[in-house]
Design a protein around this ligand. Structure first.
Ligand SMILES: NC(=O)c1ccc[n+]([C@@H]2O[C@H](COP(=O)([O-])OP(=O)(O)OC[C@H]3O[C@@H](n4cnc5c(N)ncnc54)[C@H](OP(=O)(O)O)[C@@H]3O)[C@@H](O)[C@H]2O)c1
Length: 312
């Protein structure tokens, strides 16, 4: 196979849309999945579907890395779903950090190195804060935080940066991706549709959001543009408070946004995970501004309208 693009997490919210677009344009996509059969149903039309296990740096899947045009690594156990048992935390960490180490090990063994390695991370890198005013604007030069999610991101990025020197490596420090197919927006829609919507937690935490269209457009630029290198914050230019987010969502849905989801209710559902679901970070797109990236959806109200009116 020539010029293939290998994707892990191609069945997820971000990966499935990215793979769909690349397949539609005739790219040779290789999907690495824990269950290739269900991946072929979710993401039809790829050149190959192959099984991989993040715990193992060896297997048939490693053959597809040979001379790849790109390796895009998005896999990881969903962080803010379910209760944070010890098992959930270990799996969240290992599926990202151990998985990245093993992909990188396999890349190091190739005789023709992949041209580009694009590896997921998150704005949780910077830590989690109660209020938008707790920090100045966080660009890529801001220091890492010290909590559990920061540790995942720091170790995840460190593992990715061990990729071979010949391979250009890009780290996606992604904010809260707005999509109706999963993530925070989808979780907030049901209570809003039942006229029971409102901010999560105190409402004063910062939401550094990004429309899924921009997430995909930026990853696609990172594939081709050699100026994309190292960590890049994938967030829209204007973060908002959770209270403002809920107000905009209510306005777009013609629903009230008055009933907050209290932290104790989330603690019952998520345990320690509630700490992160009720905090945020004020992140700005420093690198994207330097690179001259033009956002498709820079305004939150318009981004929500676009997503919810089209019901994508
Ligand atoms: N969406 C966001 O708002 C956001 C924000 C910041 C960072 N990110 C990061 O960006 C990446 C992609 O995000 P996403 O929202 O598209 O993720 P997602 O929808 O949760 O999908 C992630 C993919 O990872 C694989 N996966 C799930 N559980 C796994 C496990 N226990 N072990 C190994 N692989 C597992 C699955 O692929 P298979 O079943 O095919 O193996 C799944 O399709 C993730 O690493 C996420 O942490 C996302």
């Amino acid at each position: 196979m020539e010029g293939q693009i290998v994707i892990t997490g191609a069945t997820g919210v971000i990966g499935s849309e990215l793979a769909r677009q690349l397949i539609a344009e005739g790219e040779n996509i290789v999907v690495l999945s824990r269950s290739p059969e269900s991946a072929s149903a979710k993401v039809p039309g790829a050149a190959a579907y192959t099984s991989w296990n993040y715990n193992n740096a060896e297997g048939e899947w490693t053959n597809f890395l040979e001379g790849a045009k790109a390796v895009i690594h998005l896999a990881g156990k969903p962080l803010l779903e379910g209760r944070w048992s010890e098992e959930h935390k270990v799996e969240s960490y290992n599926s990202r950090v151990v998985g990245t180490r093993n992909i990188v090990k396999a890349m190091q063994k190739t005789s023709r190195k992949p041209e580009v390695f694009i590896s997921a991370s998150a704005i949780g890198y910077y830590g989690a804060f109660e209020n938008c005013t707790d920090t100045s604007d966080l660009d890529e030069k801001a220091p890492a935080g010290g909590d559990f999610l920061s540790k995942i991101c720091v170790d995840w990025e460190k593992a990715a940066m061990e990729a071979p020197g010949e391979t250009r490596t890009v780290i996606l420090r992604t904010g809260i991706v707005l999509s109706t197919k999963g993530g925070m927006l989808q979780q907030m829609l049901m209570p809003f549709n039942l006229f029971l919507g409102g901010p999560v937690g105190s409402g004063s935490q910062c939401i550094s959001w990004l429309h899924i269209d921009d997430e995909i457009a930026i990853i696609r630029q990172a594939l081709d543009n050699p100026s994309y290198k190292g960590p890049v914050n994938l967030v829209a230019p204007q973060p908002v408070s959770m209270k403002e987010f809920a107000q905009d969502l209510g306005a777009v849905l013609f629903r009230p946004s008055l009933i907050p989801v209290p932290k104790f209710a989330l603690q019952l559902l998520m345990g320690e995970g509630a700490e992160y679901a009720t905090k945020g970070q004020k992140v700005v797109p420093g690198m994207l501004n330097n690179l001259g990236y033009r956002f498709i959806h820079p305004s939150l109200r318009e981004a929500l309208k676009n997503l919810l009116e089209k019901k994508r």
